[in-house]
Design a protein around this ligand. Structure first.
Ligand code: AVJ
Length: 332
C-alpha cells in the first residue's frame, strides 16, 4: 500500500528477552504455589487460540465489549478530543478501529501507537491500520505492558485504551501502581479507557473459562508448549489437565494446569529440574472480576479519576473512562 505509514520497534533485544523470561519462569515455578506469568500464553498459536476463544458462545466478554464500545466510541471521543490513540495489549486489534473511526469522524485522528507482546500480530495490525486509515501515522512497540511502558513516551492529546479486561490479569494489588505508571505517560486532560469484566452469576463466569469445545483448555496447555519452544523444556502438555474456577473471596477466575501423574520436567534455560505429583497444580492465570465500587477503589493515588462508567444493558462488562487530573504527577 503506497504511502502507508507504519513502523514497529521491539522494546528489548531477543537475548535480553530470553534472559528475562527464564528468570520469571524460574521464580514462578520455584514458588511455594507454582505459577506462570499469563503473558506467556501469547505466542502465535496462543494468540490464535485466544482469537478462537473470543468467538465461543460461552465467552461473552469480547462481543459484549465490542458492542458496548460501538455504542459509546463517539461519546468517549467527544469527551476526550484525542488526536492520538494508544492501545496496550492490542492483539489482533479490531476494537481499536471503532475508536479510530470516531476520531476520524470528529476530524481529530493523527497518530496511533500499539503495544503488544506478540510481534507478528502487532506488525499485522499496524500494517492493516495504516492501510485502512489513510494518513494515520501508526507505530507499534513489541513489549509488555507490565514492564515496558516507558516506551510510550509523553502524553498530550492522547487517549489510551486497554480492552478485553486484560487489567483483570493483574493482581488487584498491582493495579494502582500500573495505573500510576500509565498516568505518567498521559498529560492532564488525557484519558485511559479500560475494559473491565464484571462480577456476575458464577455459572456464567465459570462457563466462559470452561467452554464445551475445549478451546480454553488448549489455550491453557499452550503455555507449556511455549516453555518447550523458548526454554527447551520437555513438558508433555497432554499430561496436564485444564482447571478453571471462580474464587469468590478474591473475585477472580483462576486457571490452573493439574498434573495427571507423577512426572519430571526439565527446563534447561531456566536451570530447573522439577517433580510434579499427580494432582499438583500450576496457576497460569487470574482474571479478576470487578464491580464499579471495587474498581473505583483502586483509583485513589493513581493520578487517574473515574470520569465515566459505561456498561451493557445486562451489566456483564464495563468500559471505565479514567481521566488524568491536573494535580500533577504521582509521588512514588
Ligand atoms: C484477554 C486476558 C482478559 O482473562 O478472560 C480467556 C484471557 N483466559 N480465556 C481473560 C483468557 C482464558 C482473557 N484476557
Amino acid at each position: 500500500m503506497p504511502g502507508a505509514l507504519y513502523r514497529v520497534d521491539a522494546a528489548r533485544g531477543t537475548a535480553e528477552q530470553a534472559a528475562r523470561m527464564a528468570e520469571e519462569i524460574r521464580a514462578g515455578l520455584t514458588a511455594r504455589l507454582r505459577r506462570l506469568p499469563s503473558k506467556y500464553f501469547y505466542d502465535d498459536r496462543g494468540s490464535r487460540l485466544f482469537e478462537d476463544i473470543t468467538r465461543l458462545p460461552e465467552y461473552y466478554l469480547t462481543r459484549t465489549e465490542e458492542r458496548l464500545l460501538a455504542g459509546i466510541a463517539g461519546d468517549v471521543v467527544e469527551r476526550v478530543r484525542p488526536v492520538e490513540l494508544v492501545e496496550l495489549g492490542s492483539g489482533a486489534g479490531r476494537k481499536i478501529r471503532l475508536l479510530l473511526e470516531a476520531m476520524a469522524y470528529a476530524g481529530l485522528l493523527e497518530r496511533c501507537l500499539l503495544m503488544d507482546i506478540n510481534a507478528r500480530f502487532l506488525a499485522e495490525s499496524a500494517r492493516a491500520l495504516a492501510a485502512d486509515f489513510p494518513g494515520l501515522e501508526v507505530r507499534g512497540v513489541v513489549g509488555d505492558f507490565t514492564g515496558d511502558l516507558e516506551l510510550l513516551g509523553r502524553g498530550g492529546g492522547r487517549l489510551a485504551a486497554f480492552f478485553a479486561s486484560t487489567v483483570g490479569n493483574l493482581h488487584p494489588d498491582e493495579v494502582p501502581p500500573f495505573l500510576a505508571r500509565v498516568a505518567e505517560h498521559l498529560a492532564p486532560g488525557d484519558a485511559f479507557l479500560v475494559g473491565v469484566d464484571l462480577v456476575k452469576d458464577v455459572a456464567r463466569l465459570e462457563a466462559a473459562y470452561n467452554d464445551a469445545a475445549g478451546v480454553t483448555a488448549e489455550f491453557n496447555r499452550n503455555i507449556l508448549r511455549v516453555l518447550n519452544d523458548r526454554l527447551g523444556a520437555d513438558f508433555d502438555p497432554e499430561a496436564f489437565e485444564h482447571v478453571a474456577f471462580y474464587d469468590r473471596e478474591h473475585a477472580w477466575i483462576e486457571m490452573r494446569l493439574r498434573s495427571l501423574k507423577l512426572q519430571r520436567v526439565r527446563i534447561p534455560a531456566a536451570r530447573l529440574d522439577l517433580a510434579f505429583e499427580a494432582g499438583e497444580e500450576i496457576r497460569t492465570e487470574i482474571s479478576c472480576k470487578y464491580t464499579r465500587e471495587s474498581f473505583a477503589a483502586l483509583l485513589p493515588g493513581s493520578g487517574l479519576a473515574l470520569d465515566h462508567w459505561y456498561t451493557d444493558p445486562e451489566n456483564l462488562f464495563a468500559l471505565a473512562l479514567l481521566s488524568r487530573g491536573s494535580e500533577g504527577g504521582v509521588t512514588r
